[in-house]
Design a protein around this ligand. Structure first.
Ligand code: FE2
Length: 275
């Protein structure tokens, strides 16, 4: 994989954001009455048939449903058919050690710099990228935790790259999404502190990319852009009236296509026709 080095300011970088594939230990695994292997296969086919330039794909976590070695072997196998390099972020269903294994065994061109506790950073062209592992303890699951180590890594990243354009990936939504059940059950603990840290040090953060809510969503809070990618398996409900989780599994394969150019960001929803 080549990084963009010539005239980096004017060069486009394009990547695909996917999330929450919840793969099982074998091809027959069923979740929410859906075969997650088949749905993920449909997503990979959709990405491979998308003809626009793609520099890489990033998966913002819950790659598997249960963090067993067999599940991650299946991940490695299924995503080997993807036509682009792929990177992974830890979700609450993942183990950081397995995510590191996927990232190290699946890639050749990314120079990933490990930070504390499963987080990492890399440069792509003149863009600086942070993957922040906020997996919490079993006691707070399915919340994530923006604890001391995560704050240390985030502050280091923001201060180290100061004026450079930056993008951040993490699994959990840090701030209220105006969805009662999600705000109550799914947010990042200390998420407002995450947001305040961006406001304090986060000069030129182009976007924060999340998963976990299984639904596409875009939020601009105090000038910080948060956006989530849909799950190919089922989507959760996100109405401001939703007090309990509900599922819509009749969803087509879809992903977010992100373009960075001249420190601007463009997000396109790409959806195939049939579930
Ligand atoms: Fe999740």
């Amino acid at each position: 994989m080549s990084t963009k080095t010539d005239d980096p300011i004017s060069r486009k970088v394009s990547f695909i954001h996917i999330s929450d594939t919840h793969l099982g230990e074998n091809k027959d695994f069923i979740l929410y009455n859906q075969n997650t292997y088949q749905k993920t296969t449909n997503l990979i086919k959709a990405i491979n048939s998308f003809s626009a330039p793609v520099d890489f794909v990033i998966h913002t976590g819950d790659v598997v449903n249960e963090p067993t070695k067999a599940s991650y072997e299946l991940v490695k196998d299924i995503f080997s058919s993807l036509n682009h390099p792929i990177l992974y972020v830890t979700g609450n269903h993942d183990y950081p050690e397995h995510i590191s294994w996927l990232n190290s065994s699946n890639q050749s061109g990314f120079d990933l710099v490990p930070l504390t506790a499963g987080s990492y950073h890399f440069n792509y062209g003149h863009y600086k990228v942070l993957s922040l592992d906020c997996k919490g303890s079993p006691q707070i699951d399915p919340h994530g935790d923006f604890g001391y180590l995560q704050e240390k890594d985030l502050v280091w990243f923001l201060r180290r790259f100061d004026d450079d354009p930056k993008i951040i990936f993490t699994h959990f939504p840090p701030v209220s999404l105006d969805v009662p059940w999600i705000d109550r059950e799914m947010l990042l603990f200390n998420g407002e502190r995450f947001h305040d840290t961006l406001l304090k040090y986060g000069n030129n953060v182009l976007g924060v990319f999340i998963g976990h809510i299984h639904h596409r969503l875009v939020l601009n809070k105090d000038g910080i852009l948060y956006t989530s990618a849909p799950s190919p398996i089922c989507q959760f409900n996100i109405s401001p009236l939703d007090q309990k989780v509900a599922f819509d599994c009749n969803v087509p394969a879809s992903f977010n296509y992100i373009t960075l150019v001249n420190n601007n960001i463009l997000i396109k929803e790409i959806t195939t026709e049939s579930p």
